[in-house]
Design a protein around this ligand. Sequence first.
Ligand code: FES
Length: 174
Amino acid sequence: MTDRNNRVPFDEDNYTHNINRNNERMLDRRGFMKTLAGAAGVFAISSLPWGAVAAKELLGLGEKEYPHQKIVNVKDIAIGDSVDFTFPSDHDSAILIRLSERKYVAYQNACTHLRCPVYWVKEENEMVCPCHHGKFDAKTGAPTAGPPRRPLPEIQVEVRNGGVYAVKVKRYEA
Ligand code: FES
């Protein structure tokens, strides 16, 4: 009687006899690299447009339209005066300034230095940040003095039916 447990197995009993480990590893590596390259390609192509959008957003060059929001009636804001409002969300404080009969400008008024609220000083004809004496040009939102380096995000406004409406936010345009 043969004790099957105490003999060297025949070739056909050896279930690993047909594996060439080096080739198997090479195939694995090659296969893996192909899969990786394919996945990277698919990802790059599929994310291209979104990457561009994200880059634009991150660089602050976006211009985004929101549901139009009435800020004030034309008759309720005199030339040289300002009105505070929020846009597009209740957390985005903003300021509308009437510079002339037909010229209105609006900005999100969190200072681009450390986010203190910027306000309009009619007598000095400029927007001022009280925290570190930052100043901004009311016509463009560009910083003119103090530590801020970036312009205030501009809110585009439209005048219609006797009212001034906020329609878009334009960020960091030089
Ligand atoms: S927070 Fe406005 S100047 Fe510093």
